[in-house]
Design a protein around this ligand. Structure first.
Ligand code: ZN
Length: 485
């Protein structure tokens, strides 16, 4: 095999034979990181570039055969060792004698529907120093997500057709991760003038003022009626500003220890109570973002029991950590809502167990090192979460939830909350498949993360469960072994 210049038809033939050789050998190639498919180093280099092209989605593998995995598909109540076959971007029945461009041996692995994140901050446009649509989508694929919702607190705010379609088009041009933009409740997120939801509904999957709440109750009441008329759901970040008192940390042991002003649970509960009441009055659909307090979970449970159309999500950091885990003034533990008490965390886990909390969402909130300077008193709120969600969910929730329940809260239920396709491995569905090693034990290493920002309190934390592959629309969007060898 030579790479010296040759007439173009010969080049094409060589390339075709290399692709064949790559296809035939890809299993060996995948299984033995660092090994070459040929003794010829140049062939290896080309195969490497081909793999990179496949991962980048530039070269479409038409068929993928995932064999012997534990296939967990909550939508079909399926949990058994089985095969999954992908053809032309869709899930199909496995043929009698399966032959594919790429075969993945999923022995000992979970094969599940691609995750859907209800709560991502992509930061673009306006804050590209923290994250871009491209780096955020890459982090999503690495975390096993095939679709994410982009929160509107960008600059300019996502409150217009221009900004919403910019986000969507940019995402389509640089990633196979599906990005669903969310539009703000009010113009410029200034809390006064409502956006024209009917005009934006084609471009936005939901409405949210995330990062804060609309403080004026009468504005919010009108928003629920208008959202109901447009057929869009409101995602509520719940925080009453008049009760904040400059708080930067949970009002409890940690606030006392550090002498920092505390944020009470009442700050959250007041707005949860208000928004449930207003949504009920308007007959609108409400989704509570990142519930953090025991009282908040109780309010949502009671509302659901009396038939209010309300769902909610919890973030991995809130079911993993409490304010007792904050041992020094490290702003990687600062987020809104804050890490709460042990009692609150137990209530969140109980809410997940009894179904009050049907979704796990990341609130992926990248910030540059500069934005996180100055400790709790000065630093920006938020932590990254796309690349730590799955291992934290498996590590923390396996005691109380079945694997199917965990997967459901990260894929099927978010799809249902959004009213979008996805979250299933049904034949005919888009081939969005995540493959997980559920028993791999390791320490989280933020240095390998795809996110542009590294603000995570979980670096070095021992976890179990790793995302091995993200396949989106039938293409390999992430391959852990290939990327990190
Ligand atoms: Zn929020």
């Amino acid at each position: 095999m030579t790479l010296t210049p040759s007439p173009s038809w010969r080049k094409r033939r060589k390339r075709a034979s290399l692709i064949n050789s790559f296809s035939l050998n890809c299993r060996i190639f995948y299984k033995t990181p660092g090994a070459s498919v040929s003794t010829d180093g140049r062939v290896f280099a080309i195969a490497d570039r081909l793999t990179a092209a496949i991962i980048a989605g530039r070269l479409n593998i038409m068929t993928i055969y995932i064999k012997n995995g534990r296939v967990i598909d909550p939508a079909n109540n399926f949990d058994a060792i089985s095969d999954v076959f992908i053809k032309d971007g869709s899930l199909t029945k496995t043929p009698e004698s399966p032959k594919a461009d790429l075969t993945i041996n999923a022995d000992g692995l979970w094969v599940v529907p691609g995750f859907i994140d209800l709560h991502t901050h992509l930061r673009e446009p306006g804050f590209e120093r923290k994250e871009t649509i491209e780096t955020g989508a890459a982090a999503a694929a690495a975390g096993g997500f095939s679709a994410i919702c982009a929160m509107p607190n960008t600059n300019p705010v996502a409150d217009s057709v221009e900004v919403l379609s910019y986000i969507k088009n940019k995402a389509e041009s640089c990633s196979s991760v599906r990005v669903f933009p969310i539009c703000s409740v009010t113009a410029g997120m200034r809390g006064r003038e409502l956006n024209d939801y009917a005009a934006l509904r084609k471009y936005a999957v939901a409405i949210s003022e995330d990062g804060k709440s609309v403080q004026d109750d009468s504005v919010m009441e009108k928003a629920f009626f208008k959202a109901k008329a447009a057929g869009l759901k409101i995602f509520s970040h719940c925080e009453r500003e008049s009760l904040m008192n400059g708080g930067v940390i949970n009002d409890g042991a940690a606030a006392e220890r550090f002498g920092f002003p505390g944020i009470t649970s009442e700050t959250e509960e007041t707005i949860i109570e208000r928004d449930i009441r207003l949504a009920e009055k308007a007959g609108a659909s409400l989704h509570i973002c990142h519930v953090s307090s025991a009282g908040g979970v109780t309010l949502i449970r009671q509302a659901r029991e009396r038939g209010v159309d309300v769902t909610c999500e919890v973030c991995p950091h809130h079911f993993t950590l409490t304010d007792e885990d904050i041992t020094d003034d490290d702003s990687n533990f600062k987020m809104a809502p804050p890490l709460r008490s042990r009692i609150d965390r137990a209530a969140l886990i109980e809410g997940l167990r009894d179904g009050t909390i049907s979704a796990i969402a990341t609130d992926h909130a990248p910030h540059s090192a500069r934005d996180k300077e100055g400790g709790f008193l000065k630093a920006a709120n938020g932590i990254i979460g796309l690349e730590t969600a799955l291992p934290l969910a498996i590590s923390e929730l396996s005691r109380v939830l079945t694997p199917s329940e965990i997967i459901s809260k990260m894929s099927l239920n978010p799809a249902r909350i959004l009213g979008v396709a996805g979250g299933t491995l049904s034949v005919g569905a888009s081939a969005d498949v995540t493959i997980i090693n559920p028993s791999e034990r390791y320490k989280i290493d933020i240095s390998i993360f795809r996110s542009k920002s590294k603000n995570s309190p979980f670096n070095g934390r021992a976890v179990v469960g790793r995302v091995i592959y993200s396949i989106i629309s039938g293409r390999v969007a992430y391959d852990y072994r290939q990327t990190n060898r």
